[in-house]
Design a protein around this ligand. Structure first.
Ligand code: ADP
Length: 265
């Protein structure tokens, strides 16, 4: 609570008074704290790959460049870390664009079976590398009103995570169907992305949609994660007036359940 006292003069000079202003600044302070935490997190996340690039470049210049094998391995690290920086910067810009509403959504009817087929095609090389089966199916003739690019980001992120956090030989399954609303009207579409992967511990579930939150930092890093994917997913889902939740069992797999209104209000 902030208290401001403002001296006041009324009716010319003869009546003096004080104006007492009580302002609840909880929400403002919380927002300020979140913003500065985010900036601190961003700086930390950016520093790690930059330090690696610099460190390996220095070692190369100090002589390692003369050994071809060492040089190759260091240059590969420099390349990977630069890619990582690029992904981070891309995700940070994307989040800030979404949050400042600078990019309004463009809704159009989406043919879900065809749309999900394209997503599966885009990710199939990556899935094949880990011998992960991608099983994508949608109810026939299902159309959904959404921003196609943004829906693509949502579904791609969820499928990508499914692949990243599932060991070799596992399975990632995507289903799309009409979901009954509580009043019995058929007006929601449910898209589920489930995997046979490592799962998420109960205590972490409430936090995984937070920016930069990872259950296992090393694992996220090695799979190329930025820790921002699910917060982007959550934001974009909300911009579609939908909801997202997750059910998971450690060691057995995770299921992300996305529910979107069939037509945008
Ligand atoms: P990241 O870039 O680290 O994957 P995300 O925001 O996409 O970031 O996800 C946050 C964290 O949630 C991940 O680091 C991981 O710990 C957990 N997670 C997300 N999806 C899955 C999944 N399908 N299976 C297991 N853990 C997951």
């Amino acid at each position: 609570l902030e208290i401001h006292i403002v001296p006041m003069t009324m009716n010319g000079d003869d009546e003096r008074g004080l104006l007492l202003v009580l302002q609840d600044v909880t929400a403002i302070r919380r927002l300020e704290r979140m913003r500065s935490e985010f900036v601190a997190n961003v700086s930390h996340e950016l520093k790690t790959p930059v330090a690696a690039v610099k460190g390996f470049a220095e070692t190369l210049l100090a002589g390692a460049v003369n050994d071809e094998e060492t040089a190759r391995s260091f240059l590969t690290i420099i390349q990977d870390e630069s890619d990582r920086l690029n992904r981070l910067i891309g995700d940070i810009l994307e989040l800030s664009k979404i949050e400042s509403r600078r990019a309004p959504l463009q809704f159009s009817p989406i043919d879900l079976p065809a749309f999900l087929g394209r997503m599966a095609e885009l990710l199939s090389p990556e899935a094949a590398k880990k011998s992960i089966e991608l099983d994508v199916r949608s109810e026939e003739g299902l159309f959904l009103e959404a921003d196609e690019d943004r829906l693509g980001q949502i579904v791609m992120n969820l499928m990508q995570n499914g692949i990243n956090y599932t060991p070799e030989g596992g399975k990632v399954k995507v289903r799309a169907e009409i979901a009954e609303a509580e009043d019995g009207e058929e007006e929601w579409v449910r898209i589920t992305v489930s995997d046979t992967g490592i799962g998420i511990p109960k205590k972490d579930i409430p936090r995984i949609f937070e920016r930069f939150y990872r259950v296992d930092k090393a694992r996220s890093r090695s799979s190329g994660g930025t820790g921002l994917g699910l917060s982007i997913v959550k934001h974009l889902t909300e911009l579609h007036h939908g909801t997202i939740r997750v059910e998971s069992t450690v060691g057995a797999g995770s299921k992300f359940i996305l529910e979107l209104p069939l037509l945008q209000p």
